[in-house]
Design a protein around this ligand. Structure first.
Ligand code: NDP
Length: 493
């Protein structure tokens, strides 16, 4: 009798197109069995307590550091990024593991709140409890850093995790599970499931207690809709169209260096990568001249050759190509490169100038090694144009004196002043966006609390003669409350 073969899919080396690995496409039934195991394990994992979980997570980070060459090679194979970039990604991810492991207990410590004058015989506390099982859905552009930013915080808080990596980077996802299991006290604490979009969809409706999703805005909306059917809460970390504001008093050399890196590194496939620059017209010519000089020194190529690699997802090339073309058609100019820079699977650096704000190239996420530089008359104009986007993930401000003032007016989740990407590596601060860039946060205390729920406990410390919540309440007690309310004008706290 013929046995039914498990369906599978291949991951590829995007620089060569060669098959990098073959993985099973897990069905909804398999996903739900795995989630059931994770649920059984969650009670035990929670019972372990903070210090035992910390030990496990720190041991895991040691395993990762000891095998950094192995995982960096795998990340490079599946994404096409240079091995050096992959190592940097791993290092930052390890920083997050350590921080979440060391700070979970203090972040989740029971909080004592003032009960207010009327209820001063009560103690009011807020306890934090892990959710149970958290489903993590990850993208391919930073296949280690991004999911670890959810996985580790969820684990440190006392949840077990079921992780669905992108179909482009399943090998990295499996590696995370395998290395975690080397240090795990028992099975099913972190499980990786493989498959295509449907497998991710199955995770959304599997009964997990929260979904932490990182990916495109388009998929985020599908994920949120799927989760709504089972009342599963979601954290959505989506794309961006990050602006860079360059003031007249900016250190131009540093601003150009960081902006070109931010836009081109990882082949421009960074959600917080620079996509549009608003530069004060008084320094715009110099900024463009330096940007072109720098772009001339970098090129795309296979790992070991290029400063950055190919487009990891072949279909993204069409988007990049169409944005370059529409920028030119809509009135923009090429300062460096152009449509001819697109040579699949690689895209060489492209710098575009004076692209109208209503062009698709200015409005939509390009996710390629391109940057648009537009000049502005004032910082007011730069702020308004930065905010006139459907996205609101990160932003960069370059100014010696006005950085904080400009940052305070930006409608986005994160701002780097005189730096780029820095907020992603600082584990103590939340990461996330507003508008089409998503909702909820990863990293920092806010990110860890996403994987917990608040349990309010209000306890009678001693009894008082005034018993308002009773059918035995007297008219004179009601009068007293009203007098107090008038007197205190609602200031009971
Ligand atoms: P996608 O939205 O295509 O995919 C993200 C993940 O969702 C993948 O694992 C994918 O699986 C899965 N998925 C696809 N369809 C469904 C579905 N119906 N239900 C559940 N899961 C599904 O994003 P990309 O992988 O292309 O990632 C790039 C995007 O991510 C960019 O827009 C980028 O800006 C954003 N991003 C945001 C970050 C942030 O923190 N804000 C960080 C990094 C990236 P499969 O691959 O198998 O289809």
């Amino acid at each position: 009798m013929a046995t039914k073969r498990t369906p599978s899919f291949d991951s590829h080396n995007p620089a060569t197109g060669e098959v990098a690995g073959t993985y099973p496409i897990m069905s909804a039934k398999q996903v739900s069995e795995i989630v059931a195991h994770a649920r059984t394990a969650s009670a035990q994992w929670q019972k372990l307590g903070f210090s035992a979980r910390k030990k496990v997570l720190l041991s895991w980070s040691n395993v990762i550091i000891n095998r950094i060459d192995q995982i960096a090679a795998l990340i490079s194979l599946e994404t096409g990024k240079p091995v050096g970039d992959a190592k940097l990604e791993v290092s930052i991810a390890v920083g997050h593991i350590g921080w979440a492991a060391r700070h979970a207990e203090e972040i989740m410590r029971t909080a004592y709140r003032a009960p207010g004058l009327l209820l001063s015989n009560m103690s009011a506390t807020v306890q934090r409890s892990p959710l149970g099982v958290v489903g993590v859905i990850g993208p391919w552009n930073y296949p280690m850093f991004t999911p670890v930013g959810s996985i580790t915080y969820a684990l440190a808080a006392g949840n077990t995790v079921v992780f669905k990596p992108s179909e482009y980077t399943p090998g990295v996802g499996m590696w995370l599970e395998e290395t975690f299991n080397e240090v795990a006290p028992f099975a099913d604490v972190l499980t990786t499931i493989t498959g295509l979009g449907e497998t991710g969809g199955a995770l959304c409706t599997s009964g997990v207690d929260k979904i932490s999703f990182t990916g495109s805005t388009r998929t985020a909306k599908i994920v949120a809709a799927q989760c709504a059917t089972t009342m599963t809460p979601v954290v959505l970390e989506c794309g961006g169209k990050d602006p860079v504001i360059v003031a007249v008093d900016a250190n131009l050399e540093r601003a150009v260096d960081a902006t070109i890196w931010s836009a081109m590194a990882n082949a421009g496939q960074s959600c917080i990568g620079a996509e549009r620059v608003y530069v004060d017209e008084r320094v715009a010519d110099k900024f463009v001249e330096l940007a072109v000089q720098l772009a001339e020194t970098i090129h795309a190529g296979a790992p070991g050759d290029g400063n950055y690699g190919p487009a990891t997802m072949p279909s993204q090339i069409k988007v990049i190509q169409s944005h370059i073309k529409s920028a030119i058609k809509d009135g923009g100019r090429c300062a460096y490169g152009g449509p001819e820079s697109v040579k699949p699977p690689f895209v060489q650096p492209v710098i575009l100038l004076d692209v109208p704000e209503d062009s698709a190239a200015m409005r939509e996420e390009t996710f390629g090694p391109t940057i648009i530089i537009n000049r502005v008359k004032s910082m007011r104009e730069a702020i308004d144009l930065s905010n006139a986007s459907s996205y609101g993930l990160g932003a960069n401000v370059w100014s010696k004196r006005q950085g904080k003032k400009i940052a305070a007016e930006l409608a986005c989740g994160m701002v780097a002043i005189n730096s780029t990407f820095s907020f992603a590596a600082v584990a103590s601060v939340p990461f996330g966006g507003v508008k089409d860039s998503g909702y909820g946060r990863v990293h920092g205390p806010e990110g860890l609390l996403e994987y917990t729920y608040a349990r309010t406990v209000v306890r009678t410390r001693f009894n008082v003669p005034l018993n308002l919540l009773s059918f035995k309440r007297k008219a004179k007690e009601e009068k007293l409350v009203i007098t107090l309310t008038r007197w205190l004008k609602g200031r009971f706290g």
